[in-house]
Design a protein around this ligand. Structure first.
Ligand code: CTP
Length: 399
């Protein structure tokens, strides 16, 4: 059975000469049994007609945000809830800008803003428009918002110029959608645990020892696992971050709580220990607020090493155990030591002395050290993209 059979796809067609290719997309999707609804933007309707879309998709075309007829039948919220997936193809520089900035002045942008579904975008525009800094910034924003980009490709453009900006071919686009649903089906049998953020180790009821971890990389990995179909649990120390309701989020404060929560979530197929767990806690935390005194000695004792404990107990150990290492020097040496000492399959290491990738940054640059093969580097890019690449490697490993 074709994976796309009976899937509901909302296709949004924006203005551009490539809009004609969306008719071919409809034809290919229909052949695979997809149920399609279409939104045609005002400029899209300059290039393809509602009649041609309806003839191919065998369903109504939605065009107006404030059409009484549409609202009675299916409003912008219901349209986005109806779909299993949204494809915007072609998407123009203008619509990209609207999506990146949360504008909602027409049906297409309103549906996208109101959507709780995966949104794929296939850009089509002139090479200069594609390469313009504003478009690049908007695209980076959309990637962070978990939009999935297909293309664009390099080639001869309708305007006579040559470069990057051509919409991907319909076959490639349909292929990407197929892969997305395949991954969802394959991966939802896998359970993943991610630890993230710092821990607070209390000295007394109002004071604690903590660290500067923002939790961003761990949250992005959890998001990426979720969107790839994993049954995902995120065990998070205190952060200011928010996350999709579909994630099983367990909030903890101390290393001990994180340890217990992790044990409770096992067994799992993969565990990613990205939390910056406090190595030490107060030997005896005071139950009452400690008063100011002249000389104050704080005795510390070691916290349990969650990663080390789990990876060295065969009955608990997930199939794939990934640790993190934040180092200021000797990255390779220390990462390899952690790989062995903590019995990890992979260590994801970053150089925290690098100012570009500071603790609260949305960007990162990491090296992955493997037990059985050479390390590899993921160059400076948004943490969301680093996460997508890591999760792709996890999928390949598990399958
Ligand atoms: N880790 C853990 N529990 C701890 C300490 C660390 O699970 N109590 C995990 C982290 O989540 C990370 C890895 O171990 O995946 C590396 O942690 P790190 O603190 O960098 O390593 P340490 O062993 O504490 O070494 P050092 O601080 O000396 O570099």
């Amino acid at each position: 059975m074709n994976i796309l059979n009976n899937k509901k796809i909302l296709l949004i067609i924006c203005g551009g000469i490539a809009a004609y290719k969306s008719l071919e997309i409809i034809r290919l999707l229909k052949k695979k049994g997809v149920i399609i609804k279409t939104i045609l933007t005002k400029s899209g309707s300059e290039f393809v007609t509602p009649l041609s879309i309806t003839s191919l998709s065998q369903s109504k075309v939605y065009q107006d945000l404030f059409s009484l007829e549409n609202e009675a039948e299916m409003d912008h919220i219901s349209l986005s809830r109806w779909a299993d997936l949204i494809l915007i193809s072609p998407v123009t520089a203008n619509t990209i800008s609207k999506l990146a900035n949360g504008n909602s002045d027409d049906l297409a942008s309103t549906v996208a803003l109101a959507s709780n579904k995966k949104i794929f975008i296939a850009p089509a525009m002139n090479v200069r428009m594609w390469e313009h800094k504003s478009t690049k910034e908007n695209i980076n924003k959309l990637k962070r918002y978990n939009y999935k980009l297909i293309g664009p490709e390099i080639g001869d453009m309708a305007c006579g110029e040559y470069g990057e900006g051509k919409m991907s071919e319909p076959e490639k686009i349909v292929n990407e959608l197929e892969n997305y649903f395949k991954n969802l089906r394959i991966n939802n049998k896998y359970k993943a645990i991610v630890t993230a953020g710092p821990t607070n180790e209390y000295i007394d009821p109002v004071r604690f020892i903590s660290n500067k971890s923002s939790g961003k990389q761990g949250y992005e990995i959890a998001k990426s696992l979720l969107k790839n179909g994993f049954d995902t649990t995120l065990i998070s120390g205190p952060t200011n971050l928010e996350i999709n309701d579909d994630i099983n989020l367990i909030k903890v404060e101390t290393a001990e709580e994180m340890f217990q929560a992790t044990l409770n979530c096992l067994p799992a197929d993969v565990a990613i220990f990205s939390a910056a767990v406090g190595d030490y806690k107060a030997k005896e935390a005071s139950k009452e607020k400690i008063k100011k005194i002249d000389k104050f000695n704080l005795e510390l004792e070691k916290n349990v090493d969650i990663l080390n404990y789990i990876s060295n107990h065969n009955s608990l150990r997930p199939r794939l155990v990934i640790g993190f290492a934040a180092e200021t020097n000797n990255l390779e040496k220390y990462a390899n030591e952690k790989l062995n000492e903590k019995n990890c399959d992979w260590i994801i290491a970053n150089d925290v002395s690098n100012k570009k990738i500071g603790f609260n940054s949305d960007f990162n640059e990491v090296s992955i050290f493997y037990k059985n093969k050479n390390s590899e580097k993921l160059k400076y890019k948004p943490k969301s993209e680093i996460s997508d690449e890591v999760v792709e490697k996890i999928i390949n490993h598990l399958n």
